[in-house]
Write a protein that binds this ligand. Structure first.
Ligand code: 0O2
Length: 248
């Protein structure tokens, strides 16, 4: 029977360099597990609804510099044990969607995965950050099956629209450029842009809903053609049957 363990225990027997390699190996494995899971969910959605809720998926492991900075910001000493215990986004997956409704649809699909444990949720869409930042964050734990043990490994999943991602990547660059102390007018402009992004997302969502409603009223010409072909095919089969019956 393989024992389940936390990552802190999994690394306890190693020297520092080996621990670092073990930790990164585990986080990389977790990214692969979660990435594949999300691709399958997206493919299934396409198969059932002929629609992909995920525009694209990005995965990344946080850089050592960024990990150390965050530990310092939280007031912890730099150690591998502190890093796995206190930094939740070492392994990160970002899901980019077209519409806000896709975000909640995906979050629900992820929450329904029995082998993923949802540890926490931060809904910065319903409650945006002061900066204007919008995104839906899920912290999940995924079991990594090793040869003689199972290690629960944390992955942060960020779900946002293309427009929210555009805003966040620019804001991130500006934040780093000014080391968190951007001039007031830039912060102000960014907040205004965040407002425009929210309006654009709302408009795109209602436009898409209007398009779907039109399509429901007027069936897709492709579908009509397929149905017509089917009817003609059946009629041909009936005719063939009649000819065969007459020949009998
Ligand atoms: P980087 O460089 O992107 O990795 P917690 O993880 O719960 O201990 P934290 O880190 O505040 O606390 O969690 P949260 O709020 O879920 O944020 C984690 C990540 O979300 C950040 O990681 C960013 O990637 C992103 N994020 C959060 N707030 C903002 C924001 O105002 N603007 C932008 N552009 N991104 C944001 P890092 O480590 O801060 O940065």
């Amino acid at each position: 029977m393989r024992g389940e363990q936390k990552m802190e225990n999994a690394i306890r027997n190693y020297e520092d360099v080996d621990s670092w390699k073990t930790v990164i190996f585990l986080y990389n494995s977790a990214l692969k597990e979660v990435g594949t899971k999300l691709e399958i969910l997206n493919d299934e959605f396409q198969h059932v609804h002929q629609y992909n809720p995920i525009e694209h998926i990005k995965t990344r492991i946080k850089t050592p510099e960024s990990i150390v900075k965050k530990l310092k910001r939280y007031g912890f000493e730099t150690s591998i044990e502190n890093m796995v215990r206190h930094i939740n986004d070492i392994a990160g997956v970002r899901l980019i969607c077209s519409f806000t409704s896709d975000i909640y649809r995906l979050a629900e699909m992820i929450g329904n995965q029995s082998d993923l444990r949802v540890l926490s949720i931060k809904d910065y869409i319903k409650n945006p950050k002061e900066s204007g930042y919008k995104s839906y964050h899920m912290l999940v734990s995924v079991p990594i099956y090793l040869s003689d043990s199972v290690v629960d490994t944390k992955v942060e999943i960020q779900i946002r629209t293309i427009a929210m991602d555009f805003w966040a990547s620019l804001e991130h660059k500006i934040y780093y450029k000014f080391e968190g102390r951007a001039p007031e007018f830039i912060s102000q402009d960014l907040q205004e842009c965040a407002q425009m992004v929210a309006e654009l997302d709302d408009k795109m969502l209602s436009l898409n809903e209007a398009i779907q409603a039109c399509l429901a009223d007027e069936p897709d010409p492709g579908v009509v053609e397929a149905v017509a072909e089917n009817i003609i095919g059946n009629a041909r089969d009936q005719k063939t049957l009649q000819i065969l019956r007459k020949a009998e």
